[in-house]
Design a protein around this ligand. Structure first.
Ligand code: DAH
Length: 345
């Protein structure tokens, strides 16, 4: 009688286990059949009233049923856990068939490549690097460079004014005056790379913002031969040993005499071609001997000291060096443009 009950319980439990759909339901079944208050466990208490042999046999049977149910529950639980894990892994899986996001690495802008090279060339000649503000006083940008108010040469350097006497510097030349002020009558040998501004039309060779490298050397007994030798060395280091330079008379209010410096054209070697407009030469910078007025205004005795100065357009040199036809390409940081200047090791 009791034995039959046990068989029924075992069957019912197995059936419920096989129908269970998830681990929660299994836990409920475990509770129902194996908890202390379950019918199966309550049968244990009947053992006391049985005779020894019967007790032994029935006890063993209860244990066997309990073990069987436990095993089935454990088996089924493992199945569910495996399925649940698979489901979780599937949800969290990464679709490696998706193409990776494109990762574009830039390159050093040829403007900076050339600027650094020019600075290195002059550092090698013993120049120091000086600095000055881009928002400059009229006083330094014009007055101390022999360009008083209403001087007609100011017209060539119209710029962005902040107030009547404060403007975005039109050239790096104000650093000449600032350095002379600082050196207070002592020799000077500096270059100054930096941004400059003009109210120019933006086209392939002009931009409202561009950059120059100013050079200034002041000492005793400096003559135009020193200027020529310095610029010749610069041109050969920058453009190659075969390049020649020529000095053409020019005019700047802050130098006397003033020169425009040309290098022989790389395309034709000086014979004349469309690149150099048939002249055989290409202009690269302006310079000259520091005007006695500039020396005087900035605290140097022109009877004792003399000097030379020059201003190099960085973009212009970079354009010539690399054959770049549009100045605006330096400023747009187009990666396709920049990649052409990655140095192959
Ligand atoms: N500041 C001049 C310009 O922007 C360039 C220049 C010419 C600089 C002669 C100089 C110089 O120092 O001596 O056009």
């Amino acid at each position: 009688m009791e034995n039959e009950k046990l068989d029924v319980i075992a069957r019912e439990a197995e059936e419920e286990i096989s129908k269970a759909e998830n681990s929660e339901q299994l836990n409920e079944i475990r509770n129902k059949y194996l908890s202390k208050k379950s019918f199966l466990m309550s049968l244990m208490s009947t053992l006391g009233s049985m005779v020894a042999d019967q007790r032994k046999e029935f006890g063993a049977k209860i244990n066997a049923v309990k073990q069987r149910i436990t095993e089935r529950l454990d088996e089924k639980m493992k199945e569910f856990q495996k399925k649940e894990l698979e489901l979780k892994l599937k949800k969290e899986s990464i679709d490696i068939s998706l193409p990776a996001r494109e990762f574009n690495v830039g390159a050093k802008n040829p403007f900076h490549v050339v600027k650094d090279e020019i600075v290195d060339i002059f550092l090698g000649m013993g120049y120091e690097v000086a600095d000055g503000p881009e928002v400059e006083l009229d006083h330094y940008n014009f007055e101390l460079l022999n360009l008083p108010k209403d001087h007609p040469a100011r017209d060539m350097q119209d710029t962005f004014y902040i107030t009547e006497n404060l403007l975005l510097r039109t050239h790096t030349s104000p650093v000449q005056a600032r350095t002379m002020e600082k050196k207070a009558g002592k020799p000077v040998k500096i270059i100054c790379p930096g941004k400059t501004y003009r109210r120019d039309d933006d086209d392939a060779t002009h931009s409202h913002q561009f950059a120059q490298i100013e050079g200034l050397l002041i000492d005793k007994d400096i003559n135009i031969g020193h200027l020529k030798a310095t610029l010749e060395l610069f041109a050969k280091k920058m453009f190659g040993e075969k390049r020649e330079i020529r000095l053409r008379p020019s005019y700047f209010p802050f130098t006397e005499p003033s020169v425009e410096v040309d290098i022989t054209c790389a395309s034709c070697g000086g014979k004349g071609c469309p690149v150099c407009k048939g002249t055989g030469y290409i202009e690269i910078l302006g310079g000259g001997m520091v005007h006695p007025n500039v020396l005087k205004m900035n605290g140097y005795d022109p009877e004792v000291y003399s000097g030379f100065a020059f201003g190099i357009g960085i973009e212009r040199v970079a354009m010539l060096r690399y054959g770049i036809d549009d100045i605006r390409k330096f400023y747009t940081d187009d990666i396709r443009f920049l990649h052409q200047f990655i140095k192959k090791a």
